[in-house]
Write a protein that binds this ligand. Structure first.
Ligand SMILES: [Zn+2]
Length: 344
């Protein structure tokens, strides 16, 4: 997986590759953008391009150097990440730590990195530092890292990856050249899902729509979850003023626990947004497979009723998550008031 293989990020990756080709790569690069869109792959590809003896400036992806870089097992690629993440990725075992593995990058880790940077490269005169993910550095760690950015050791490239650049110290951000990564095109996520998961095109398209441009999120969603979302939406749309049992049925389905109710409310907020935008041509929906249901719902709702839906969802959300109200009763109230508002 070299830099050239990173998909859907022509702008950022193109800029990195042309900097590499011109020998003008900044000593500190900040790869910023939503999670799950290829920033880490690009960071690893960058390290391969810098260290690969077979295809310098590109990375071949096949030689021993490239493969060890990809596994984060090359001695001249130093990386920083929270201990908990090291355990999750099997780069370390839980028993490697005498304490509970931390969820942030601590100042001690930055100091160790700085000690290693002061030594000569083991295999190559060049070293690459990958900070995955930079916002995991706590403020003390960021301050310590700032020293490395201010006085970068020679022949060292620092690559910081972040999905939350606003959590980085401004002084740290300003010392890096920023490469912006965008959400992935939906078709690309769908194509990848169809291949990786063996989903049929319609299913892949439906999952991709919910992932909002993040391949990571798309892979975390399963078709079963998708079916649950649709059941929630159908029960919601089935609520009518003529038959109040429809409201009770909706509450029964979605109000069994606080978690379930919160999930349903999240789904429905996306759904009501679909209903609000579906009349506009070319609108991108979260649930494209339910377009005809959204169109029917939109035809029934005037602006006031649409607003009522948004407001009721919001009130239920606040009541359940902030005031610890009964999920069942809140979902009932939501459905009954919606049914009431639906009467002519
Ligand atoms: Zn190589």
């Amino acid at each position: 997986m070299t830099l050239a293989a990173v998909q859907g990020q022509a702008r950022a990756v193109g800029a990195l590759r042309s900097a590499l080709q011109q020998g003008a790569l900044p000593h500190a690069c900040l790869l910023a953008g939503p999670s799950g869109v290829g920033k880490q792959l690009a960071a690893i590809g960058l390290a391969q391009a810098l260290l690969c003896p077979q295809a310098p400036g590109e990375g071949c992806g096949r030689c021993s150097t490239c493969q060890r870089v990809e596994r984060l097992a090359h001695p001249d690629v130093l990386w920083l990440m929270p201990e908990e993440e090291q355990v999750r990725r099997r780069l370390a075992g839980r028993s490697d730590f005498t304490h509970v593995p931390s969820r942030d990058v601590r100042v001690e880790q930055v100091r160790q990195l700085q000690e290693r940077l002061s030594l000569r490269g083991l295999e190559s005169p060049r070293k690459v530092v990958l900070v995955l993910s930079a916002e995991a550095m706590n403020p003390a760690a960021q301050n310590a890292f700032l020293k490395t950015l201010e006085e970068p050791p020679s022949d060292t490239t620092l690559v910081l990856v972040t999905s939350a650049p606003d959590r980085l110290l401004p002084t740290l951000r300003s010392r890096c050249v920023r490469y912006g990564f965008s959400p992935l095109p939906r078709a690309l996520v769908a194509a990848h899902l169809a291949k990786a998961r063996g989903l049929d095109p319609a299913q892949a398209e439906a999952v991709a729509a919910l992932a909002d441009g993040s391949l990571e999120r798309a892979l975390a969603l399963d078709p079963e979850q998708l079916e649950r979302r649709r059941a929630t939406i159908r029960a919601f749309e089935a609520v009518t003023g003529e038959d109040l049992r429809t409201a009770l049925r909706f509450a029964e389905l979605t109000g069994t626990s606080r978690d379930e109710a919160e999930e349903a409310l999240g789904v429905l907020a996306m759904w009501v947004r679909d209903v609000a935008v579906v009349p506009f041509s070319g609108a991108t929906l979260f649930h494209p497979e339910l377009r005809s249901l959204a169109t029917t719902a939109a035809a029934r709702l005037d602006e006031d009723r649409l607003h009522l839906r948004f407001r009721l969802l919001d009130e239920a959300q606040v009541a359940i998550s902030k005031r610890n109200a009964s999920p069942r009763l809140q979902m009932e109230r939501l459905a009954l008031e919606m049914a009431e508002g639906a009467r002519p």
